[in-house]
Write a new protein. Structure first.
Length: 250
C-alpha cells in the first residue's frame, strides 16, 4: 500500500461521524444532541422559533469537544428542509445519522379537532420526517448511515384527547418500516417510541408514574440511550420500533 492509500485509510478511520437532530434546540431534542456529542459525534441541530435555546445547546455540544451548528428549519417546507440538510452535510463533510425529533403535541377532544389542527400536526409529525429523510438520502447512502425517528406510545395506543397526534405517530411508525425496506441495504431506519417522559414534576407526572410497572416516569436519558442503541449498534438492525415506556403500555 502506498503512502497516499495509507493516509486515506487513516483519514477514513479517524473521521468523526456527523449527526443532524431536528428540533434539537431544547427539551428532548437538546438532550439527544448532547448525548450524541458525548459519543464523539459532531452534531447539527435545527430550530424554528428557539434561536436562543439553539445557541445554548450548540455551546453545550462544543463544550464536549464536538463541532456543532444550529440551522433554522421549518419541517413543513421542502425548500427549508433541503437547505438545512445540505448545510449540515456541507459543514461536516458527511452525514451519518438523522434523528427526526421535531414534533408538535396538542390536547384536543377528537370531536373538536379542526381540519387546520389535524393538518398542522401531520405536517410536522409525519410529513416533516418524510421530507427530511428524503433530503438526507444521498448523504446517508454515501456514509452507510442511519435514521432514527422519534415516535410515541401514542402511535400504538389510542388517546381520546390526542387523536391527531396518535394518528400522526402511528403513520410515522409505519413510515419507519417502509423506509427501512426502501432505503436498505445502505441505510438502517428505526424508531424510538417514548411513553410518558418527565420534564417537570406535578400531579399529571405522579399519575402516570403510579400507572407504570417500573414505578417511575421515563427520563430524557432513557430515550437518549435507546436512540444511541440504534445510532451506534449493529447496522443490520432495521425497521424496529423500540418502546421506552417502563411498561406503561402493557
Amino acid at each position: 500500500m502506498d503512502s497516499g492509500s495509507i493516509s486515506e485509510s487513516v483519514s477514513v478511520v479517524s473521521r468523526r461521524k456527523a449527526a443532524l437532530v431536528t428540533g434539537g434546540a431544547k427539551r428532548m431534542g437538546s438532550q439527544l444532541a448532547l448525548a450524541l456529542a458525548r459519543q464523539g459525534m459532531d452534531v447539527a441541530i435545527t430550530f424554528l422559533n428557539s434561536a436562543a435555546a439553539a445557541a445554548e445547546t450548540v455551546r453545550g455540544i462544543e463544550a464536549l469537544g464536538a463541532r456543532s451548528i444550529a440551522l433554522p428549519m421549518d419541517v413543513r417546507s421542502e425548500a427549508s428542509v433541503c437547505d438545512a440538510v445540505h448545510a449540515a452535510a456541507t459543514t461536516f463533510g458527511s452525514l451519518d445519522l438523522l434523528v427526526n425529533n421535531a414534533a408538535v403535541f396538542e390536547t384536543v377532544p377528537l370531536a373538536e379537532i379542526s381540519v387546520d389542527q389535524w393538518d398542522a400536526v401531520f405536517e410536522t409529525n409525519t410529513r416533516g420526517p418524510f421530507l427530511t429523510a428524503k433530503a438526507a438520502i444521498p448523504f446517508l447512502k454515501a456514509a452507510r448511515g442511519r435514521i432514527v425517528n422519534l415516535g410515541s406510545l401514542g402511535g400504538s395506543h389510542p388517546w381520546a384527547t390526542h387523536a391527531h397526534y396518535c394518528a400522526s405517530k402511528a403513520a410515522l411508525q409505519m413510515l419507519t418500516q417502509t423506509m427501512a425496506k426502501a432505503f436498505a441495504p445502505e441505510i438502517s431506519v428505526n424508531c424510538v417510541a417514548p411513553g410518558y417522559i418527565e420534564f417537570a414534576t406535578g400531579g399529571e407526572a405522579s399519575h402516570f408514574a403510579a400507572k407504570t410497572p417500573m414505578g417511575r416516569n421515563g427520563s430524557a436519558e432513557d430515550v437518549a440511550a435507546a436512540v444511541l442503541f440504534f445510532a451506534t449498534g449493529p447496522h443490520f438492525i432495521t425497521g424496529q420500533i423500540l418502546t421506552v415506556d417502563g411498561g406503561l403500555g402493557l
